[in-house]
Design a protein. Structure first.
Length: 228
């Protein structure tokens, strides 16, 4: 497997803004790591020594409340970065990161990343722009994760979001194969209720279900439910 240069990171265009020497150093020192579905990448409050870029797969950010309940706050896919805020601020991570699917990550050391920030003003500005991009993307998903809409409407919106953001596999099923428990955590409800609504969507021919896989039959139909 080749070394990663992070050129596809949506928030940071390494190929454009790093000098040749910096680019070569990233290429030389970065490491590709395989992460199995369900594995923890880093924990909330952990001080990170590396930055991670998702090359393949889907990951999630989550927080745990005082009662020990997990709250999923964001889903991330190919080209997105994890750990940037902790690396820059030298503080513990605000969230935990776990793999939703099998994933391949590019790991870049904290020291090299901070050196590039310090010495390359254009690169530094691009990193700041990345935070703005993140904020805009987060606003787009707020309706799903934090909305006061009914669970049924939000689940329809979540399925559309998974389709639009992460696409489908070769057989047409959603790439981001979330557990029913994860869907329930995102929506703030029970797994049983999520399963019940999915069966309703299936009977309405909005989706197909095969074992743990979900196939979107009518995106427009789901979107209509979401917007009600």
């Amino acid at each position: 497997m080749e070394k990663c240069t992070l050129c596809n990171a949506s928030q940071i265009n390494y190929a454009k803004n790093l000098s040749k020497n910096e680019h070569d150093e990233v290429k030389k020192t970065s490491t590709l790591i395989k992460v199995d579905k369900g594995d923890t990448i880093f924990l909330e409050d952990e001080k990170l020594q590396s930055l991670y870029c998702i090359q393949e797969g889907v990951c999630k950010f989550s927080k745990v409340d005082d009662n020990g309940k997990e709250h999923i706050v964001k889903l991330l896919g190919k080209g997105e970065l994890m750990g940037r805020s902790s690396v820059i601020s030298n503080k513990g991570a605000a969230v935990s990161a776990k793999a939703v699917t099998d994933a391949v990550l590019c790991q870049v050391g904290k020291k090299l990343f901070l050196q590039c920030l310090t010495k390359n003003n254009v690169f530094c500005i691009d990193v700041l722009k990345g935070f703005i991009t993140d904020q805009k993307n987060d606003e787009a998903s707020t309706k799903i994760f934090c909305s006061r809409k009914k669970i049924k409407n939000r689940l329809a919106g979540l399925l559309c979001y998974l389709l639009d953001r992460f696409g489908t596999t070769e057989n047409g099923s959603l790439t981001a194969r979330l557990k029913r428990e994860d869907m329930a955590t995102i929506l703030g409800t029970s797994s049983e209720y999520v399963i019940n609504i999915l069966q309703q969507f299936k009977s309405q021919r909005l989706i197909r279900i095969h074992k743990r896989e979900i196939f979107i039959v009518s995106r427009n139909g789901l979107l209509s439910v979401s917007n009600n």
